[in-house]
Design a protein around this ligand. Structure first.
Ligand code: NI
Length: 181
């Protein structure tokens, strides 16, 4: 099932996600829905908070050169190592439509997580994959890529952000009306 993506301006995006205690059918359904939602919106990563679920679940889906898809779901992901070496690269976010900018991220990381079968895994990731994972783990800590921009970068997006925020508030109001009736 495709879920609605929460947009910038919704306070939920600033909240910290909770640790998943048990990988049950609900979590598996959440992950399936997240993949459907991400691909529908042409994303390469998604965090559960972006579909309004405050749980530490992130997914990545990166198209490879041979046209296959590199897919992963990471539960309770935690960065246990990040390189001091950083590189700048362009990022966007499905919760902040149509805004992209350059962000500095560690070039390589090690991340500890649970896979869908409840096995603890450690993944070493570099370059683009490392970037996507850092971006998504930020979401689980209530951080957006905008928060990592220099103030002069952020200023350039002020007008667009104001627009997204007002659209986001409209959606939230419609939601609470629908819930009432
Ligand atoms: Ni994002």
């Amino acid at each position: 099932m495709i879920r609605e993506i929460v947009w910038y301006g919704d306070e939920v995006l600033k909240q910290k996600s909770h640790t998943v205690e048990k990988i049950d059918a609900d979590i598996k359904e959440l992950i399936n829905d997240m993949f459907e939602t991400m691909y529908q919106n042409n994303g390469v990563g998604l965090a559960a908070v972006q579909v309004n679920v405050l749980k530490k679940v992130i997914i990545v889906g990166i198209p490879q050169e041979d046209e296959s898809m590199f897919e992963m779901a990471l539960i309770n992901p935690e960065i246990i190592y990040h390189s001091d070496e950083e590189c700048e690269g362009e990022e966007g976010c499905l919760s902040i439509p149509d805004i992209v900018d350059d962000v500095f991220r560690s070039t390589s990381i090690k991340v500890k997580y649970l896979d869908i079968d409840n096995n603890e895994q450690i993944l070493e990731a570099n370059d683009f994959l490392a970037r996507v994972i850092q971006h998504e783990i930020d979401h689980t800590n209530g951080i957006l890529f905008l928060d990592r921009l220099e103030s002069h970068q952020k200023r350039m997006h002020k007008k667009d952000l104001k627009f997204i925020k007002s659209e986001s508030l409209k959606r939230q109001n419609t939601k609470s009306v629908n819930e009432k009736y």
